[in-house]
Design a protein around this ligand. Sequence first.
Ligand code: UD1
Ligand code: MG
Length: 454
Amino acid sequence: MDLDIVILAAGEGSRMKSKLPKVMNILGGKPMINHVIDTVKTLSPKSIYVVYGSGGDYVKKNLNSPDLIFIKQEKQLGTGHAVLTAASELSAKNTMILYGDVPLIRENTLRKLVENPSMLTLLLTHMDNPKGYGRIIRDADNDIKQIVEEKDASTKQRQIREVNTGILVAETKALKRWLPQIKNNNAQREFYLTDLTSLAVAQKVKVNYCVPESNNEILGINTKAELAMVERALQQRRASNLIDNGITLADPNRIDIRGNLTCESDVFIDINCIFEGKVHLASGVKIGAHSIIRETSIGNHSEILPFSHLENVRVGTNCQVGPYARLRPNTTLENNVKIGNFVEIKKSDIGTGSKINHLSYLGDAELGENVNVGAGTITCNYDGNRKHKTVIQNRAFIGSNSSLVAPVKIGEESVIGAGSTITKNTADAKLTLSRSKQKTITNWKKSKKTSNRK
Ligand code: UD1
Ligand code: MG
């Protein structure tokens, strides 16, 4: 599209009471400005300029994307001044201006804004409570005449509920002509971008407008309370999208998606689950309450039971995980695997049909098919210096409370007696155990209980 984008992000955001620049505060799992950036990218603009300010080198460093052009506004003299700082760079036919602290704006709304080109098109809306917003003043013909900021508005003007969202598209040539004409003779001694409107009208330019689908889209974030409110609005939007796509949520108000969650058909998600990064749930997957799932894909009809924690895992089909399981990065479960309660697995491949049902730790392990790992088994994978691998071959059976000291290989169909400490490779299809023999002391007598002991 022959369109340049300017995102204003130079404001200090002191009301956030945060050391982070305002636009870098996290919303839905990423800095709030990234929502704006990702949305405008869908328009395929010519260039995206981010105007940043004091303390904003952090913004530049952390957004660090080759498709963004950063422009520093040394002093925050107002929104009009911020755009003026970028003006000499602009070269596309039209320019769209957005605010980095208005993150929920939707692609469809922005498309409407650029669809009917005019010299100046504003995104406006009606608010039940317009406090803080610039008010739209219309003339006798109902044409847009002027925008008056709250601080400059008369009592009567403050009654107006039609407000400026701040987002606009202008013809770049006209914009460059108007910007230097903006003055700061107002209550805040700032150069208001909104004065473009009266400048356009003075030159007999008709100011166009369109409205967002929902007022949620234009919510701005100035305080932590607003950040929390916008986070809820975003989560509701994400939950509704899932429901519209046929996903069953036990409660759409109790889910947090802090990344990109994709689901196939007949997925069920119970309450209070958190999804982070890229997560894919295949058909028929069930996620139990209070689970946290990050950068993970889960195969058809697998079930994650409550209070489980999965990070960077690939789960095959028909698996069962949890409750209270912890699967750490680089773990793969093939199909029909069963992981039970209080099992921790790290960087391991678990073969088809294998079971680790209770209280175990497997790290740097490779399990074949239909292996059975008894309760309390651990791989001793770390010698204090380096990590070592444990290989457990097909159909091996590890008795409860065994320690497998890596590097070590447990042979196919090998059986390990309960309580063993295994330090050497074991033979296929043989019983191996290492434990001291049980003995009974025959001449031992139980001492008599002395009375009145304290
Ligand atoms: C602005 C609009 C107001 C609109 C409201 C919607 C102006 C004068 N007013 O008011 O009509 O209803 O947004 O939310 O534009 N910024 C800079 N450099 C500056 C000043 C601001 O980059 O020198 C950035 C801020 O970081 C922010 C955005 O511009 O992202 C808006 O600035 P802000 O001071 O929040 O304007 P509002 O008073 O909210
Ligand atoms: Mg604001």
